[in-house]
Design a protein around this ligand. Structure first.
Ligand code: C2E
Ligand code: MG
Ligand code: MG
Ligand code: MG
Length: 283
C-alpha cells in the first residue's frame, strides 16, 4: 500500500491523516447547515458556591447532533467553526440562546442566577464585540451583570495588548470576564493585573489528580491564593469526587463545577435541578 501511495505522490499522507482531513471537510460542510437545520443546542452545567452549596449560575455549553454522525464534541467542531468563519453566526446564536434561557429562568424566580458563555478567539477579536453583546442583552432583556464571558488564557495571550482594551470595553458594559482553563496557557502576572478580570477558572487537569499529585495540589492552592490576592473570584472546574470538593473547600476556593454536582444538562432538566437546589436551601 505504501508503494501505491508513493506512486500517487501522497506518501506523506497516512490513511489516518487522510480520513481526519475528509472528516474535517465533511464536518465543515455539515456545520454550514447545522444552525438553520436546528441541530445545535445548549446544555447548562450548574456552578455552585462551595461554602454555602448555593447554585449560583450555569455555564452554557454548545452541543451538535449531526443526523448521521451523532453527537460531535465541541472540542472537535468549535475549531472547525473557527477556521471556517462559521463561528461568527454560531457564536451569536449561542449568546442569544443562552441569554433567552437565562431570562426565562429569572422569570421563573431564579433571579440571582448568572450565565457563563464561552467566547472563541475570533469572537473576542471582533472589533464590534461589545456592541454585539449589548444588543443581545437588550433583546433578551437581561442585565449585563448576570452575564459572564469565558475567555481562555491562550486567547487572551495571543495579543494581550488588544485583549486589555477589549476587556476594558466589556467592563464598561458591565459584563464580567472569567479566564477559562487557567494554568494551561502562559498568562504573565503583569497582564493578569492589567486584564479586567472577574474570575479565574482552574483547569480541570489540575483538579483531576489533586489527591494523588502533590504538584497539582500545590498549583491549585497557589492559584486560589493568587486569585484571592488579586481580588478575583476563583472557580474549580471538573470536580468529580467528594475528596476534591473537600480539598477545595479547605483551600478557600469559592466556586466549583463538575460531575460531582451535575453534568451539563438540557434546559428543562436544569430547571428541575435548580428547583431541587432551592428546596434544599430553603427551610
Ligand atoms: P470549557 O469551557 O473548559 O468547558 C468545560 C468542559 O469540561 C465541558 O466540556 C464540560 O462538559 C466538561 N466537564 C465539566 N465537568 C466535568 C467533570 O467533572 N469532568 C470532566 N472530565 N469534564 C467535565 P465540553 O462541553 O465538551 O466542551 C469542551 C470545550 O469546548 C469547552 O471547554 C469550551 O472550550 C468549548 N466550548 C463549548 N461550548 C462552546 C461555545 O459555545 N463556544 C465556544 N467558543 N467554545 C465552546
Ligand atoms: Mg468554559
Ligand atoms: Mg475550562
Ligand atoms: Mg477546557
Amino acid at each position: 500500500r505504501a508503494k501505491q501511495q508513493g506512486r500517487n505522490g501522497y506518501s506523506f499522507y497516512t490513511p489516518e491523516l487522510q480520513s481526519h482531513y475528509v472528516r474535517t471537510l465533511k464536518l465543515e460542510n455539515a456545520l454550514r447547515r447545522a444552525l438553520e437545520q436546528d441541530q445545535l443546542s445548549l446544555h447548562f452545567q450548574p456552578q455552585h458556591e462551595l461554602l454555602s452549596g448555593r447554585l449560583v449560575g450555569a455555564e452554557a455549553l454548545l452541543r451538535w447532533k449531526h443526523p448521521e454522525l451523532g453527537w460531535v464534541p465541541p472540542a472537535e467542531f468549535v475549531p472547525i467553526a473557527e477556521s471556517s468563519g462559521l463561528i461568527g453566526p454560531i457564536g451569536d446564536w449561542v449568546l442569544g440562546q443562552a441569554l433567552r434561557q437565562l431570562r426565562s429562568w429569572q422569570a421563573q424566580g431564579y433571579t440571582e442566577l448568572c450565565i457563563a458563555v464561552n467566547l472563541s478567539a475570533a469572537q473576542f477579536r471582533a472589533a464590534n464585540l461589545p456592541e454585539r453583546v449589548a444588543e443581545r442583552l437588550e433583546r433578551a432583556g437581561v442585565s449585563a451583570a448576570s452575564l459572564e464571558l469565558e475567555l481562555t488564557e491562550s486567547i487572551t495571550m495571543q495579543d494581550p495588548e488588544t485583549a486589555v482594551l477589549a476587556m476594558e470595553r466589556l467592563h464598561q458594559l458591565g459584563v464580567r470576564v472569567a479566564l477559562d482553563d487557567f494554568g494551561t496557557g502562559y498568562s504573565s502576572l503583569s497582564y493578569l493585573k492589567r486584564f479586567r478580570l472577574h474570575k479565574l477558572k482552574i483547569d480541570q487537569s489540575f483538579v483531576h489528580d489533586l489527591e494523588r499529585d502533590d504538584d497539582d495540589a500545590t498549583i491549585v492552592r497557589s492559584t486560589i491564593s493568587l486569585a484571592t490576592s488579586l481580588g478575583l473570584q476563583v472557580l474549580a472546574e471538573g470536580v468529580e469526587t467528594q475528596a476534591q470538593h473537600d480539598f477545595l473547600l479547605r483551600a478557600g476556593c469559592q466556586f466549583a463545577q463538575g460531575y460531582l454536582y451535575s453534568r451539563p444538562l438540557p434546559a428543562d432538566e436544569f430547571s428541575r435541578y435548580a428547583a431541587r437546589c432551592m428546596s434544599i436551601e430553603l427551610p
